[in-house]
Design a protein around this ligand. Structure first.
Ligand SMILES: [Mn+2]
Length: 616
């Protein structure tokens, strides 16, 4: 704008020579083109601005759209022309059940994989899934020149049919011109046979499913896709985080799009994820996840109706989701438009490959799994990019019953809980000092963990000129403190031992709401690690300890609050409930916890906080 105004002034006072006039007209044209280019928004990161500048001009002259356009009167340009309805087991996302003769086998295989693979094997790799999108989604036109994408799928001992159904769904539902490849990264799978049966091709549904095929056959299997599906293998176990970084390095597409190895992408899933990246190379996009049942493979929504959620976290770094705040909702005309989110769940997202690599991919010091989604989220936002969730892109994901593998040798290298170590690395790099305190308040033992060397991460942060965490909180995660306010410091924390019985307060591993119990003090923290903060809240993990007539309970903390009724008197060693004016006592016969009228000399009411120092 400024450029153009300045030009007008100059042209209003032309100097004399003809050559100068010609020069100014040429300059005006040039600047005009540059103006057009910037008006259509490219991020600060642009790897070949000259090239894309020309491309954009070319597109302009061909009347191609530069960003999605809502077209009410017709179907969007990449909408599938025919319906997918088919018949057969599990078709259209319907639940499938195994016959009685296979129940035993199914149970055993479920124990091994956390997914009912017998059910999965009986369902076509090309099955249809129900359209879970908001009806608006069918009416968007997307640019025709979206970036080519490598879909990267990392797996470790994944079931054959769940892995390949992921691949098939991508091939079936992605416009081929935008799909550079599907890149499979085998993180050192070591199960010899997928299902303990000899490989055997049996016709089933639309495709051929090799029953019991082992992962060594994968190379053979993918030959039918003529190079569109590639397989690379780790020579030792690297874990999910490093394997994803490897996938990004090996990828040939402009965009890398990560999927878990047990997904099914939904209709017209790809263009909506790529359009925001075309517009701004520093935008990372995240599809909305649907659920696929681990027992029946039924495909169903996780979110109901028009709810729009986004990713946040609590101060112990547990991942949380919350409905988008008014301020974000108001930025959009259509509920089917992408919206900004502070963070993401971790598994599924698309990002410009070079931008991802410029950010250092993932911190290579993060191990196996956990915390990496925060690292990437903070890095993206604080270093000039953004994250958008895309309602019109849906991907089904099988939530497994449990994690069917261990961390193997990778975990042996570290002492203490791996995920907390990862989280500590992340917050030590990306949080400001005051925010780090909230993490250590919520997770006091994290102070004792060895997070390794973070010099390189801090250096990268400096090099990229990244903003501080306060900026992130005020401009991106501004709705987070409404649910998870800044934490007051702990006045006391540790295991809470009763003087009369010598046992410690313990959640007994139960989920709230539940009665608290007492058990032998073990010194490891975990279910015995109790914190009393400066505002009287008694916390255990992310939960709160409360009391009513039934007894002392582990409860969900009231969202948005950090205060509580508790007062600890280190003289009398009593733990007093201020409203009820009673004290926490152990029942001498039953060992049950309850509130009793306070009696200073009663040992059953005397408690001591003993700081836990784990022997890591
Ligand atoms: Mn998964």
């Amino acid at each position: 704008m400024i450029t153009i105004q300045r030009l007008k002034v100059r042209l209003a006072h032309p100097r004399h020579s003809k050559r100068l006039k010609v020069f100014f007209i040429a300059l005006l044209l040039g600047l005009g083109l540059i103006y057009l280019y910037f008006q259509h928004g490219t991020g600060s990161f642009n790897r070949s601005s000259a090239d894309s500048h020309l491309e954009r001009l070319a597109r302009h002259s061909k009347n191609q759209i530069l960003e999605p356009v809502f077209v009410f009167e017709k179907l969007g340009n990449f909408e599938p022309k025919e319906t997918e309805e088919r018949t057969g087991p599990g078709q259209n996302g319907k639940p499938h059940y195994v016959g009685p003769e296979k129940q035993n086998e199914a149970r055993n295989i479920f124990m091994e994989y956390g997914i009912n693979l017998i059910v999965s094997d009986e369902i076509s790799l090309d099955r249809a899934v129900p359209d879970m999108r908001n009806p608006e989604c069918k009416h968007w036109d997307y640019p025709e020149d979206l970036p080519k994408t490598s879909v990267v799928i990392v797996f470790h001992n994944e079931g054959w049919s769940t892995l390949l159904r992921t691949v098939h769904s991508v091939l079936n539902r992605s416009p081929p011109q935008f799909l550079e490849e599907v890149l499979l990264v085998d993180d050192f799978s070591d199960k010899r046979a997928g299902r303990g049966q000899p490989p055997l091709l049996v016709p089933l549904g639309q495709g051929l499913v090799p029953l019991g095929a082992n992962l060594q056959n994968l190379n053979e299997y993918i030959k039918q896709f003529n190079g569109k599906v590639r397989l690379v293998k780790n020579v030792e176990r690297e874990g999910l985080i490093r394997s994803k970084a490897r996938g990004a390095k090996e990828a040939r597409g402009e965009v890398v799009l990560f999927l878990d190895s047990h997904c099914e992408v939904n209709l017209n899933w790809l263009p909506p994820l790529l359009a925001p990246i075309l517009k701004d190379r520093t935008t990372m996009t995240v599809p909305i996840i649907d659920g696929i049942d681990k027992d029946t493979l039924e495909y169903r929504p996780v979110y109901q109706g028009n709810q729009r959620f986004r990713g946040i976290f609590e101060w112990g770094m547990f991942y949380k989701e919350t409905e988008i705040p008014q301020r974000e909702a108001e930025r959009h005309k259509y509920i089917s438009e992408p919206y900004k989110s502070p963070t993401h769940a971790g598994g599924l997202f698309a990002i410009d490959r070079e931008f991802f690599l410029k950010l250092g991919a993932y911190d290579p010091g993060l191990l196996v799994w956990g915390g990496e989604q925060y690292e990437l989220s903070f890095k993206i936002w604080q270093c000039g990019g953004s994250i958008e969730w895309v309602p019109c892109s849906r991907v089904g994901h099988i939530y497994r019953g449990f994690m069917p593998y261990n961390f193997g040798k990778l975990a042996e290298k570290k002492k203490g809980p791996l995920i907390t170590i990862n989280n500590k690395r992340v917050i030590e790099v990306w949080f400001d000092d005051e925010y780090k305190e909230y993490f250590y308040t919520r997770e006091p033992l994290a102070r004792f963990l060895d997070m390794g060397d973070i010099t390189e991460q801090l250096e990268l942060k400096k090099q990229l000129g990244c903003k501080n965490f306060k900026w992130f909180m005020e401009n991106v995660a501004y709705d987070l403190p409404l649910k998870y306010p800044e934490l007051p410091p702990n006045v006391y924390w540790g295991e809470l031992r009763n003087e009369a019985v010598g046992l410690c307060m313990d959640s007994m591993g139960h989920s709230p709401p539940t009665l608290m119990g007492i058990s032998a003090c073990h010194g490891y923290g975990n279910n015995q690690l109790v914190r009393l903060n400066a505002k009287g809240q008694l916390g255990l993990g992310e939960r709160c300890i409360e009391a009513d007539r039934q007894g002392i309970k582990l409860a969900f903390c009231r969202l948005g609050t950090v205060d509580g009724p508790w007062l600890y008197d280190s003289e009398t060693k009593s733990l007093r409930h201020r409203q009820q004016q009673k004290c926490v006592a152990v029942h001498p016969q039953t060992n049950q916890l309850h509130l009793a009228p306070c009696v200073d000399v009663n040992n059953y009411q005397k408690w001591t906080f003993k700081t836990v120092v784990p022997n890591w």
